[in-house]
Design a protein. Sequence first.
Length: 163
Amino acid sequence: MKKLTVSEHLNRDRLHLFFHLIPIIGFFPSLWTLYRHEGAGTSWEQGRAGGKRAEEAEEAEGENIYQLPTTNYQLPITNYHKEKLAVSRLSITLALSWLLAYFLLSAGAEASEFLNFRLLMLNSLLTSGYFLVSVWLMLRLTAGKSVRLPGFSALADRTLDER
Protein backbone atom coordinates (compact mmCIF):
# COMPACT_ATOMS: atom_id res chain seq x y z
CA MET A 1 0.00 0.00 0.00
CA LYS A 2 1.31 3.42 -0.92
CA LYS A 3 2.45 5.60 1.92
CA LEU A 4 0.72 8.98 1.85
CA THR A 5 2.36 12.18 2.92
CA VAL A 6 0.73 14.60 5.32
CA SER A 7 -0.27 16.99 2.52
CA GLU A 8 -1.83 14.13 0.53
CA HIS A 9 -3.85 13.14 3.61
CA LEU A 10 -5.01 16.73 4.06
CA ASN A 11 -5.98 17.05 0.40
CA ARG A 12 -7.89 13.76 0.50
CA ASP A 13 -9.65 14.74 3.72
CA ARG A 14 -10.60 18.15 2.32
CA LEU A 15 -11.94 16.47 -0.81
CA HIS A 16 -14.15 14.23 1.35
CA LEU A 17 -15.49 17.26 3.19
CA PHE A 18 -15.90 19.11 -0.10
CA PHE A 19 -18.31 16.42 -1.35
CA HIS A 20 -20.43 16.88 1.77
CA LEU A 21 -20.93 20.57 0.99
CA ILE A 22 -22.14 20.18 -2.60
CA PRO A 23 -25.72 21.53 -2.69
CA ILE A 24 -28.43 18.84 -2.66
CA ILE A 25 -26.02 16.03 -3.66
CA GLY A 26 -23.88 16.46 -0.54
CA PHE A 27 -26.88 15.60 1.62
CA PHE A 28 -26.48 11.89 0.82
CA PRO A 29 -22.81 11.39 1.79
CA SER A 30 -23.49 13.49 4.89
CA LEU A 31 -26.43 11.33 5.83
CA TRP A 32 -24.35 8.23 5.23
CA THR A 33 -21.57 9.62 7.44
CA LEU A 34 -23.95 10.22 10.32
CA TYR A 35 -25.71 6.90 9.80
CA ARG A 36 -22.45 4.94 9.80
CA HIS A 37 -20.89 7.09 12.55
CA GLU A 38 -17.85 7.60 10.33
CA GLY A 39 -16.71 10.63 12.22
CA ALA A 40 -16.71 8.75 15.52
CA GLY A 41 -14.12 6.25 14.36
CA THR A 42 -16.26 3.27 13.33
CA SER A 43 -16.17 3.94 9.64
CA TRP A 44 -15.69 2.12 6.38
CA GLU A 45 -12.13 3.38 6.55
CA GLN A 46 -11.66 1.16 9.56
CA GLY A 47 -13.03 -1.74 7.52
CA ARG A 48 -10.37 -1.10 4.87
CA ALA A 49 -7.88 -2.71 7.23
CA GLY A 50 -9.25 -5.99 5.95
CA GLY A 51 -10.05 -7.50 9.32
CA LYS A 52 -6.48 -7.54 10.55
CA ARG A 53 -5.88 -8.62 14.10
CA ALA A 54 -4.20 -6.43 16.70
CA GLU A 55 -0.75 -7.93 16.13
CA GLU A 56 -0.87 -7.29 12.38
CA ALA A 57 -2.19 -3.77 12.97
CA GLU A 58 0.71 -3.00 15.32
CA GLU A 59 3.15 -4.09 12.61
CA ALA A 60 1.39 -1.91 10.03
CA GLU A 61 0.98 0.99 12.44
CA GLY A 62 3.51 3.18 10.67
CA GLU A 63 2.24 2.36 7.17
CA ASN A 64 -1.13 4.03 7.07
CA ILE A 65 -3.34 5.85 9.51
CA TYR A 66 -6.30 3.59 8.67
CA GLN A 67 -4.56 0.25 9.15
CA LEU A 68 -6.42 -0.67 12.35
CA PRO A 69 -8.28 -3.89 13.21
CA THR A 70 -12.00 -3.96 12.51
CA THR A 71 -13.15 -5.73 15.64
CA ASN A 72 -13.23 -4.36 19.18
CA TYR A 73 -11.32 -1.22 18.22
CA GLN A 74 -12.19 2.25 17.07
CA LEU A 75 -10.18 4.79 15.19
CA PRO A 76 -9.08 7.62 17.43
CA ILE A 77 -11.36 10.63 17.23
CA THR A 78 -9.25 13.27 15.56
CA ASN A 79 -9.94 16.83 14.53
CA TYR A 80 -10.70 15.57 11.02
CA HIS A 81 -13.35 13.20 12.31
CA LYS A 82 -14.94 15.90 14.45
CA GLU A 83 -14.90 18.28 11.51
CA LYS A 84 -16.40 15.62 9.25
CA LEU A 85 -19.29 15.12 11.66
CA ALA A 86 -19.79 18.88 12.02
CA VAL A 87 -19.78 19.41 8.23
CA SER A 88 -22.18 16.49 7.78
CA ARG A 89 -24.58 17.90 10.36
CA LEU A 90 -24.38 21.35 8.80
CA SER A 91 -24.95 19.99 5.29
CA ILE A 92 -28.01 18.00 6.39
CA THR A 93 -29.45 20.93 8.33
CA LEU A 94 -28.97 23.32 5.41
CA ALA A 95 -30.48 20.89 2.91
CA LEU A 96 -33.49 20.01 5.06
CA SER A 97 -34.11 23.66 5.94
CA TRP A 98 -33.98 24.62 2.28
CA LEU A 99 -36.24 21.72 1.29
CA LEU A 100 -38.82 22.54 3.96
CA ALA A 101 -38.87 26.24 3.07
CA TYR A 102 -38.98 25.40 -0.65
CA PHE A 103 -42.04 23.18 -0.27
CA LEU A 104 -43.80 25.59 2.07
CA LEU A 105 -43.25 28.53 -0.29
CA SER A 106 -44.34 26.44 -3.28
CA ALA A 107 -47.48 25.33 -1.49
CA GLY A 108 -48.22 28.92 -0.51
CA ALA A 109 -47.72 30.07 -4.09
CA GLU A 110 -50.16 27.43 -5.33
CA ALA A 111 -52.76 28.31 -2.71
CA SER A 112 -52.72 32.07 -3.15
CA GLU A 113 -53.34 33.89 -6.39
CA PHE A 114 -52.39 37.28 -4.99
CA LEU A 115 -49.07 36.18 -3.45
CA ASN A 116 -48.18 33.70 -6.19
CA PHE A 117 -45.43 35.72 -7.90
CA ARG A 118 -44.00 37.06 -4.63
CA LEU A 119 -43.72 33.62 -3.06
CA LEU A 120 -42.17 32.12 -6.17
CA MET A 121 -39.67 34.99 -6.27
CA LEU A 122 -38.86 34.43 -2.60
CA ASN A 123 -38.51 30.72 -3.37
CA SER A 124 -35.94 31.43 -6.09
CA LEU A 125 -34.03 33.79 -3.78
CA LEU A 126 -34.00 31.10 -1.08
CA THR A 127 -32.67 28.52 -3.53
CA SER A 128 -30.01 30.90 -4.81
CA GLY A 129 -29.02 31.67 -1.24
CA TYR A 130 -28.71 27.98 -0.40
CA PHE A 131 -26.43 27.41 -3.38
CA LEU A 132 -24.36 30.52 -2.67
CA VAL A 133 -23.89 29.58 1.00
CA SER A 134 -22.82 26.09 -0.04
CA VAL A 135 -20.31 27.46 -2.55
CA TRP A 136 -19.06 29.96 0.04
CA LEU A 137 -18.54 27.13 2.55
CA MET A 138 -16.68 25.10 -0.09
CA LEU A 139 -14.40 28.08 -0.77
CA ARG A 140 -13.75 28.48 2.95
CA LEU A 141 -12.93 24.78 3.15
CA THR A 142 -10.40 25.01 0.34
CA ALA A 143 -8.84 28.04 2.05
CA GLY A 144 -8.48 26.01 5.26
CA LYS A 145 -10.84 28.22 7.26
CA SER A 146 -13.66 27.23 9.60
CA VAL A 147 -16.77 25.81 7.95
CA ARG A 148 -19.30 26.93 10.53
CA LEU A 149 -22.36 29.14 10.20
CA PRO A 150 -23.41 31.07 13.33
CA GLY A 151 -27.04 29.95 13.56
CA PHE A 152 -27.08 26.76 11.55
CA SER A 153 -24.04 25.07 13.07
CA ALA A 154 -25.45 25.38 16.58
CA LEU A 155 -28.84 24.15 15.37
CA ALA A 156 -27.22 21.23 13.56
CA ASP A 157 -25.19 20.27 16.62
CA ARG A 158 -28.28 20.39 18.86
CA THR A 159 -30.62 18.49 16.57
CA LEU A 160 -28.35 15.92 14.94
CA ASP A 161 -26.00 15.15 17.82
CA GLU A 162 -26.06 11.45 18.64
CA ARG A 163 -25.97 11.93 22.41
